[in-house]
Design a protein around this ligand. Structure first.
Ligand code: GAR
Length: 215
């Protein structure tokens, strides 16, 4: 399964995904990494793995849709099976989402539908929930709301701040994202409306549902 990955920041999820490809847990290639921020650490991560890494400047375009049309054209040149958002912190236009419908996935650092949008971990701490977590989901036009592939739950403790909770959640992000991509690559992910089934997966266990198999 060939993928193109979009990043805006540090790139730790990208690194976990690259490692899964490198060790051939996932078969195929990360063909290209694109960032909307020049200084994104994710671009250096891509280079470490010998993957082409490109900064595309949103400021060079007059609207969100123009930028996204440009990105879609560039991504299509790579002919990926899936487009992967890994800490891509830019709202996507409907044009972009339509272009890769059913083939666009995201990770979000909360148990959606709770705490959508930015600073999800801070939202969880501020709200005082006892559990939060992370979600890999298909992308639809409603922000952070598409069909859920897998979620991991982590406790939130009274002494947590945004940083400590983010770190605890991130450990699971690095496991559930490569796992979800592997399931997709194996053709086991079936979507029916909002509901997703991973064929042959184990359900009903904590803290990751469906249970991790490879990560
Ligand atoms: C991750 O925590 C990811 O879940 C989050 O950004 C971080 C990126 O870290 N994404 C979102 O909040 C998307 N709404 P990384 O660059 O180290 O992978």
């Amino acid at each position: 399964m060939d993928i193109v990955v979009l990043v805006s920041g540090r790139g730790s999820n990208l690194k976990a995904i690259c490692e899964a490809y490198k060790t051939e847990k996932i078969k195929g290639k990360v063909k290209l990494v694109i960032s909307n921020r020049k200084e994104a650490g994710g671009l250096s991560v891509a280079q470490e793995y010998g993957i082409p890494a490109e900064f595309h400047d949103p400021k060079a375009f007059s609207s969100r849709e123009d930028y996204d049309r440009h990105l879609v054209e560039r991504i299509r040149q790579e002919n990926p099976d899936i487009v992967v958002l890994a800490g891509y912190m830019r709202i996507l236009s409907d044009y972009f989402i339509d272009s890769f419908e059913g083939r666009l996935v995201n990770i979000h650092p909360s148990l959606i539908p709770a705490f959508k949008g930015i600073k999800a971990q801070k939202q969880a701490v501020d709200f005082g929930v006892r559990f939060s977590g992370c979600t890999v989901h298909f992308v639809t036009k409603e922000l952070d709301s598409g069909p859920i592939i897998v979620q991991a739950v982590v406790p939130v403790n009274p002494d947590d701040d945004e940083k400590t909770l983010s770190d605890r959640i991130l450990q699971y992000e690095h496991r559930i994202y490569p796992q979800a991509l592997k399931w997709i690559s194996e053709g086991r992910v079936k979507v029916s409306g909002r509901n997703v089934e991973v064929e042959g997966a184990r359900y009903g266990e904590l803290p990751v549902n469906p249970a991790l198999e490879d990560f």
